[in-house]
Design a protein around this ligand. Structure first.
Ligand SMILES: [Zn+2]
Length: 451
């Protein structure tokens, strides 16, 4: 055996128990009450610590061209930060070009990622063009090992209702999963024009042009379509309470509707847009009101929110400053890849929800939903993607302690109870007590298959 992690408390999605974990060739090969130390080349004593599966961040935008620039974390910087926050797999979004097949889109992005990523990675394809034979290329992509896709109802690369419908139908035929960024584009554009004409240009009007119903209406409509087509649907970064109510209702009716939310919607409200640095918090959908924030926590506890992901898409301060006097010029997106797991685990450590629930929504559920068989749990045969967590560390987030390339973080000053002390990616130590100790290019492409 290459390594034993002993004396820790193992956390799964359903259970917590004291056990030793044996690792060989990057896989978990034994979990039992006591493993003989003499069997291993290397022994890690995790007395008093929690042993968790690495988190899976199913929503990142690394090196993403957007808003006239490119998000500031490339595949190396973003995955380095992920490792340091206990995230051992990321799903990044590939934006299909017009005329490009889905597999070609994946291969194009994989040239940037392969050789750069510090933890394992997979992709979702954001669909733009399904004309002619491109619709069938969805099926080829499923066979290739990337079975999840996303449609945007907003932005200049958003799809029409007709394209959304075709993609849902195709997904049903070939076992793909469609994710949706749900907001009402027309209403956003109309409100935005009205505010600009009235000279209302501060970051606050980013929120005002995308109020709660703009998202709720689109969530409800997207769910209606999935129901009508009879296929499942994954709503990315759900942030509002009425949209959540629609998800709850659809689940109660027996439909396979999944919802993801992000830590920023659990921590912040729209009040951040009144701050002097409000533009740094500009992302879409924006943070919502306190009622929505509370509803999201309740949704997690009830099981109506299935996953937590980050929508990590940071931009440097000077880029955010482009929108100082015009909120429409602020590149949309914030950092979060290093903060998700520590933030959610801190909530558990403070008694807000069980540790098992955090493992479920940050690791086990995304692995299941996206068909990532080797990940998502501490179990024999799974990849040894492991986080050792110390419940007794008091940690204040500051950008200088983060490992991304971005020069600021919306999480600055947030206090956490407990923090990861080590992260292993397939048995290799990649984060150790505040330091990145992994390597560029260590991460490998994870092929997925959805059941
Ligand atoms: Zn996103």
């Amino acid at each position: 055996m290459d390594m034993i992690i002993k004396n820790g408390t193992v956390v799964t999605a359903s259970d917590m128990f004291k056990a030793d974990i044996g690792i060989e060739n990057g896989k978990i090969v034994e979990i039992s009450g006591k493993i003989d130390e003499s069997l291993a080349k290397h022994v890690v004593d995790a007395e008093g610590k929690l042993i968790l599966p690495g988190a899976i961040d199913a929503h990142t935008h690394l090196a993403m061209p957007f808003g006239g620039t490119i998000s500031s974390d490339d595949y190396y910087a973003g995955t380095r930060a992920a490792a340091c926050g206990g995230t051992t797999t990321v799903f990044d979004f590939v934006l299909q070009d017009f005329g490009e097949t889905m597999v070609d889109a994946v291969k194009r992005r994989d040239k940037l990622c392969a050789g750069a990523a510090a933890v394992d990675y997979s992709y979702h394809v954001a669909v733009k063009d399904v004309s002619g034979e491109l619709l069938d290329s969805i099926e080829d992509c499923v066979k290739f090992g990337v079975p999840s896709f996303k449609v945007f109802m907003v932005y200049d690369f958003g799809v029409t209702d007709g394209v959304f419908y075709k993609v849902l139908k195709k997904a049903k035929e070939c076992g793909a999963l469609i994710g949706v960024h749900a907001e009402n584009n027309e209403i956003i554009n109309t409100l935005t024009s009205e505010f600009l004409a009235e000279g209302k240009t501060s970051a606050w009007y980013h929120y005002m042009s995308r109020p709660e119903f703009v998202e709720a209406e689109a969530d409800t409509r997207a769910i209606q379509w999935a129901k009508a087509v009879g296929t499942k649907l994954y709503i990315v970064h759900l942030a509002n309470k009425d949209g959540l109510a629609a998800v709850t209702k659809a689940k109660d009716e027996g439909y396979e509707i999944y919802a993801e939310t992000c830590p920023q919607y659990l921590e912040f409200t729209c009040d951040v847009y009144k701050r002097e640095d409000g533009r740094n918090f500009v992302c879409s959908p924006p943070m919502k009101g306190e009622e929505s924030r509370q509803a999201l926590w309740e949704g997690i506890k009830r099981g109506d929110i299935d996953t937590i992901a980050t929508d990590h898409c940071p931009f440097q301060s000077y880029e955010k400053d482009w929108g100082k006097d015009d909120f429409t010029k602020i590149p949309n997106g914030c950092a979060g890849i290093e903060n998700m797991y520590p933030y959610m685990l801190s909530a558990a450590n403070e008694g807000k929800l069980p540790f098992t629930k955090v493992v479920e929504i940050c690791s086990t559920n995304p692995a299941k939903i996206f068909g990532c068989k080797e990940k998502g749990s501490l179990a024999i045969g799974k990849d040894a993607d492991i986080v050792i967590y110390d419940k007794n560390i008091d940690f204040t987030i500051t950008n200088d302690k983060m490992h991304s390339d971005c020069d600021h973080t919306i999480w600055e000053g947030i206090k956490l109870k407990g923090y990861p002390v080590q992260t292993y990616s397939r048995g290799r130590l990649v984060y150790d007590n505040g330091k990145f100790v992994g390597e560029k290019g260590w991460g490998s492409f994870v092929k997925c298959k959805i059941d």
